[in-house]
Design a protein around this ligand. Structure first.
Ligand SMILES: Cc1cc2nc3c(=O)[nH]c(=O)nc-3n(C[C@H](O)[C@H](O)[C@H](O)COP(=O)(O)O)c2cc1C
Length: 369
C-alpha cells in the first residue's frame, strides 16, 4: 500500500482520516495513517485545546488540520464571533425565522433551558478560518486541508515556508486544476457519495478525471470509501491514497451522540440525502423530517452559507438536547449502509489494510490464472 505520499508525509499507509474528534485523529495517526482534525466547529481557543491534546497523545506521529474557507459565501467580515453573529443575524429574513419557529412547534421540540444560548458555526467565515490557521501553525502539523476551495495564496505560501503540505477538496476536475494552479500540493477528489459537503459527480467518475487533469500532483480518492476493497478501487483509479470521513463516526473513539450512533448502525445506503438545510450548501446527511421540511417547495427553502446555520442554530441546539433521532442532523455518506458495528480505530485500520492486500492479491492471481 506504500505510495510516494507515504514517504513525503512519513506515513505507513496512505489512509487519511477526516474527523472532528481528536481521539480519532490521534488513533489513526498512531495506527500508521494520518488523522486530520476538522476545525470548522471550534472557536480559536477550543482548537488550541484540541491540538495541545493531540500533541500529547499522538506519539510524535504526523497529523493535519482541516479548515473551511469557502470560495463563495455571503460577505461577512472580521473574526470577532459576537460581531460576526450580529452581521449575519441582520441579514436573515423574518419569514425564515418564522418558518423555523413553526417547525419547532410542528415537531414539538422543547425550548432551551433558561440562560442557555446556541452559537452556531462561524468557522466558515474567512476571519475565523484565518484564526484557525494561526492556531494550527503553533503546532507540529504536517498537513493543512481546505474544503470548499483553494486556501488563499498567503496561507499556501505560509504553509510551504513552514514545510506543511496543502490539500484541498475538489468535486470537479476544474476545481482540481484551479487548486494546482494556486499551489495546492495534494488534491482530494471527493465524489457525490461522500458525507458532508459534496458535489454531483460520483467517485468512480471523478477520481480518474482528476488524476488525468492534474498529472504529477498526488490525488486522494474520497467519498464512498469504507473498506479495503474500496481503497483498492480508489488506487486502481490512479489515487495515491484515500481520504475517509464517515467510517470514523462509528468507531469507539468517536464522540458521536448515542442517538446518532443508533442511526448510523440501522441506516441503509439509501437513507441519505444532499440537503442545504444545515449549512446552506449541499451536504450529505441522513434524511429526516427536518431535511424534508427544507426541501418542501411550499416552504421558504434554505438560505445560503453562512446564514442558514445561524438561522437554525437554536433549533439545532434544541433538537440535539431533545435527543430526537427522527429530526437530528446526522451528516454521513452513503457508506453508512455498511457501518454496522462500533469498533476501535486500530481494528478498523487493521481490517482496511488486510482487505486491501487480499483484494490486490486476488486481482493479481486472476491475472496470472
Ligand atoms: C460529519 C462530517 C463532517 C464533515 N465536515 C467536513 C469539514 O468540516 N471539512 C472538510 O474538508 N470535509 C468535511 N467532511 C467531508 C470529509 O472530509 C470527507 O471528504 C468525506 O467524509 C469523504 O467521504 P465519506 O464520508 O464517504 O468517507 C465531512 C464529512 C462528514 C461525514
Amino acid at each position: 500500500m506504500r505510495t510516494s505520499l507515504c514517504d513525503t508525509l512519513g506515513l505507513e499507509y496512505p489512509i487519511f482520516a477526516f474527523s472532528h474528534c481528536r481521539d480519532v485523529v490521534a488513533a489513526v495517526s498512531k495506527a500508521g495513517g494520518m488523522g486530520v482534525l476538522g476545525a470548522v466547529g471550534f472557536s480559536a481557543d477550543q482548537l488550541e485545546t484540541e491540538l495541545v491534546w493531540i500533541d500529547e497523545h499522538v506519539g510524535g506521529k504526523p497529523y493535519g488540520v482541516d479548515i473551511v474557507m469557502p470560495a463563495t459565501s455571503a460577505g461577512v467580515d472580521g473574526a470577532d464571533p459576537e460581531a460576526l453573529l450580529a452581521q449575519i443575524q441582520a441579514m436573515i429574513p423574518d419569514a425564515h425565522r418564522q418558518f423555523v419557529n413553526e417547525l419547532m412547534d410542528r415537531f414539538d421540540i422543547p425550548p432551551l433551558p433558561e440562560g442557555e444560548r446556541a452559537g452556531g458555526v462561524l468557522g466558515w467565515a474567512e476571519g475565523v478560518a484565518r484564526a484557525h490557521v494561526d492556531i494550527a501553525f503553533g503546532h507540529p502539523i504536517s498537513l493543512i486541508a481546505n474544503a470548499l476551495g483553494s486556501p488563499p495564496k498567503d496561507i499556501i505560501d505560509r504553509s510551504h515556508e513552514a514545510g506543511v503540505k496543502v490539500a484541498a477538496l475538489a468535486g470537479k476536475a476544474q476545481h482540481a486544476v484551479r487548486h494546482v494552479n494556486n499551489g495546492v500540493d495534494i488534491v482530494i477528489a471527493q465524489g457525490h457519495e461522500a458525507g458532508g459537503h459534496t458535489g454531483e459527480v460520483t467517485t468512480m467518475v471523478l477520481v480518474p478525471e482528476i488524476v488525468d487533469a492534474v498529472p504529477g500532483t498526488p490525488v486522494l480518492a474520497a467519498g464512498g470509501i469504507g473498506s479495503g476493497r474500496q481503497i483498492a478501487a480508489g488506487m486502481a483509479l490512479g489515487a495515491q491514497g484515500v481520504w475517509m470521513g464517515s467510517i470514523w463516526l462509528a468507531t469507539a473513539e468517536s464522540s458521536s451522540a448515542p442517538e446518532h450512533l443508533e442511526r448510523y448502525l440501522e441506516a441503509t445506503s439509501s437513507d441519505t440525502v444532499r440537503s442545504k438545510s444545515y449549512t446552506g450548501k449541499p451536504a450529505r446527511m441522513l434524511r429526516s423530517a427536518w431535511t424534508d421540511a427544507w426541501a418542501d417547495p411550499n416552504g421558504p427553502g434554505p438560505l445560503g452559507m453562512p446564514l442558514q446555520n445561524i438561522l437554525t442554530a437554536e433549533a439545532n441546539a434544541r433538537i440535539a438536547r431533545s435527543h430526537r433521532k427522527d429530526i437530528a442532523f446526522v451528516p454521513v455518506g452513503q457508506i453508512v449502509g455498511s457501518m454496522n458495528s462500533v469498533r476501535p480505530v486500530r481494528d478498523v485500520m487493521f481490517d482496511l489494510v488486510n482487505e486491501y492486500i487480499e483484494t490486490v492479491q486476488g486481482l493479481s492471481a486472476a491475472l496470472e490464472g
